[in-house]
Design a protein around this ligand. Structure first.
Ligand code: PKZ
Length: 401
């Protein structure tokens, strides 16, 4: 067994010299959907194969990709995203070695089953219902106090825990925070009130196993937008990492006390249809430079920022948004934030080895849209982004203890 974000070393012994083989992986998600990948290899002169040294000769990917059999998995059902809902159980990956180069016909030579866990041994999972806050807190195994981080996902809502649970294995106390479509929280995201998020920040700051002063914020997509609003309006947020977030309110109004930030307009006539019949909505939002009242007042913030950007994000213009935030901060005498751009990476930059979710349902749009990204560069971006955000948080929230 291993943790989902750890690299695996995969090797095969006992084959004939130079024997052609196909390796294939399969994983079933919690709804029963199958994800699969395969690749053709050739054993070395000793009848051995080590994926750290042998290039794939074709299949779901090609070349030297020791983790390709995981990140290149594709769902049998189109537009299905690999999501881990229950982090207390692993994903079970089945690996098979077949004779020859036909992924479906070769004789089965070997089979292994490997568990990929979302909670490192000793990580503690604490469901949180405090005041209005609905969340799950993950605490590392070793004695605290630890740097605290609030983790936010995006449109769709619910409570996704897999990133927080993995990150707790790296020495952080991480609060996976729901904000709609969960428990007794609102069913839709018409109104986003910062007071709710403030309560969550205060909960984490006052937790005996969280060391202050100040906490971290991690957000993707809509979670990056709301995180930016938190960093702008609320106190106690020292460092923030946003993955493909926004500089403006999108889809709903953001409220804090007597202030409101209305959303930018949708420009339906700028939505394109790709040759595969998918919507491309990347031009579908009015520029925050035109609708300046929708801009989140980031210049008020004293948070230190890291922006992680997929340059092929088709959900919205993440790179432009990150640069605008940077300009606004600097124009107000604030520190220039760090921006890391990943070429050919799409919207859903997840922890390492999650397969690319290139296109699929967009809850706001109500149909399948393209999210962007190419499998290999996107996979590389996920590995790097995961490392970068940990380094950043350790640096700005203090080391492990
Ligand atoms: C008209 C306007 C023009 C606009 C023109 C410009 C637009 C321009 C927009 C840019 C603006 C956006 C900006 C934010 C963009 C983000 O925020 S991107 C999204 C990032 N969000 C996340 O990562 C959070 C994702 N979370 C979720 O989606 C939900 O929590 C979950 C995981 C689906 C669970 O929710 P749930 O309600 O408990 O789930 P469940 O009832 O099982 O399923 C709900 C639906 O999701 C589907 N679903 C469930 N699991 C999966 C899966 N694994 N894979 C695929 N689908 C799944 C189900 O089939 C179901 O669909 P329906 O049957 O209702 O059709």
């Amino acid at each position: 067994m291993s943790c989902w974000d750890e690299p695996l070393s995969i090797s095969v012994r006992g084959m004939a010299p130079e024997q052609p083989v196909t390796l294939r992986t399969a994983l079933r998600d919690e709804t029963g959907k199958l994800f699969r990948a395969h690749a053709r290899y050739r054993a070395d002169p000793h009848g051995e194969l080590d994926l750290a040294r042998a290039p794939a000769l074709g299949g779901s990917f090609a070349g030297l990709e020791p983790m390709g059999l995981l990140w290149a998995m594709e769902p049998d059902r189109p537009f299905w995203r690999l999501i881990k809902r229950d982090v207390q159980t692993p994903f079970v990956v089945e690996l098979e070695v077949l004779d020859g180069h036909e992924p479906d016909d070769g004789r089965l030579l070997a089979r292994a089953v490997h568990e990929r866990h979302f909670m490192a041994p000793g990580v503690r999972r604490v469901p949180v219902r405090e005041g209005r806050v609905r969340a799950t807190l993950f605490l590392p195994p070793e004695p605290g106090p630890y740097p605290g981080i609030v983790d936010l996902f995006g449109v769709g809502g619910g409570l996704l825990e897999y990133r927080a649970s993995l990150l707790a294995g790296k020495g952080f106390a991480v609060l996976a925070l729901a904000y709609y479509n969960y428990d007794d929280l609102p069913k839709n995201m018409d109104a986003m009130r910062m007071e709710y998020f403030e309560e969550a920040v205060n909960y984490l700051l006052s937790h005996p196993e969280v060391k202050g002063p100040g906490i971290g914020l991690l957000g993707i997509s809509k979670g990056g937008e709301l995180g930016l609003a938190m960093a702008s309006f609320l106190k106690g947020i020292k460092a923030a990492v946003f993955i493909n977030g926004s500089v403006a309110a999108v889809g709903n109004t953001i409220y804090y006390k007597d202030e409101t930030i209305p959303p930018v307009s949708f420009l339906r006539d700028r939505i394109k249809v790709t040759k595969d019949g998918l919507l491309d909505v990347v031009e579908g939002l009015q520029s925050p430079l035109v609708e300046t009242k929708s801009v989140i007042p980031v210049e008020r913030s004293d948070t230190i920022f890291l922006f992680l950007v997929g340059q092929d994000d088709h959900n919205w213009k993440s790179e432009f948004y990150a640069n605008e935030i940077s300009k606004r901060l600097q124009a107000h005498g604030k520190e220039k934030p760090q921006i890391i751009c990943y070429p050919e990476a799409g919207h859903y930059i997840e922890p390492p080895y999650f397969p690319l979710y290139k296109a699929g349902m967009h809850v706001l749009v109500g149909t399948n849209i393209i999210f962007g990204g190419e499998p290999k560069p996107h996979a590389m971006a996920q590995v790097d982004a995961w490392q970068q955000l940990q380094t950043f948080f350790h640096k700005h929230l203090g080391s492990k203890n």
